[in-house]
Design a protein around this ligand. Structure first.
Ligand code: IMP
Ligand code: MG
Length: 183
């Protein structure tokens, strides 16, 4: 992709860097209060949630451990099939932890539903979900995050960890994506 195409496909900034920063600070403080004195394990879902995890963990003022889970969701066209493959599993025995899943976006809810089933079966002390973005209009599985930083309409977004064909993860804000072909 050329530099021109990269910028041409960004329709508008939906959530700015400073809006994200403010919400993350609030969320980190709240997590600090909710989990004070408890063994806390933050589990980030790769690849999309890596930026959110990096910023959120630094806003949490209490001791915690971090871990990563990598799954691949299969799509038929642009619609997820509901088939989720484990690419990299956790190394910890989570039965000793209060687990907080850190996700980038909940769309149909299928990926997270699968991960929740999997982790519940391992008997963590508690299991909750924080997502940066929620697209409730797209849900096909009945699933609500315990906390969502931003609710967005049914538009395709990129940036702050989220990609389109593995590009755009490095944008520092959330942008609405539009495929503009160059003349
Ligand atoms: P779900 O199983 O449909 O909830 O899929 C969630 C996954 O789809 C997310 O973790 C993202 O990787 C991807 N996804 C869903 N919506 C978007 C979007 O607007 N931009 C980029 N990735 C998205
Ligand atoms: Mg994801």
């Amino acid at each position: 992709m050329t530099n021109k195409e990269f910028h041409q496909n960004i329709k508008r900034i939906l959530i700015s860097e400073s809006e994200i920063k403010t919400k993350i600070k609030e969320t980190g403080t709240q997590i600090g209060q909710d989990y004070a004195g408890k063994p806390l394990l933050l589990v980030s879902i790769l690849n999309g949630a890596f930026v959110f995890m990096a910023d959120l963990c630094r806003a949490i003022p209490i001791p915690c451990e971090i871990a990563f889970l990598c799954v691949k969701s299969y799509y038929s066209g642009t619609v997820s099939s509901g088939t989720v493959e484990m690419v990299m599993d956790l190394k910890q025995d989570i039965s000793q932890y209060h687990v907080l899943i850190i996700e980038d976006i909940i769309d149909t809810g299928r990926t997270l539903h699968h991960i929740l089933q999997l982790l519940k079966a391992r008997n963590p002390l508690s299991l909750k979900v924080i997502t940066l973005l929620d697209k409730p209009d797209r849900r096909v599985v009945d699933l609500k995050p315990d906390r969502s930083l931003f609710t967005i309409p049914d538009v395709f977004v990129v940036g702050y960890g989220l990609d389109c064909g593995e590009i755009y993860r490095n944008l520092p804000y959330i942008a609405e994506y539009e495929n503009n072909k160059l003349e």
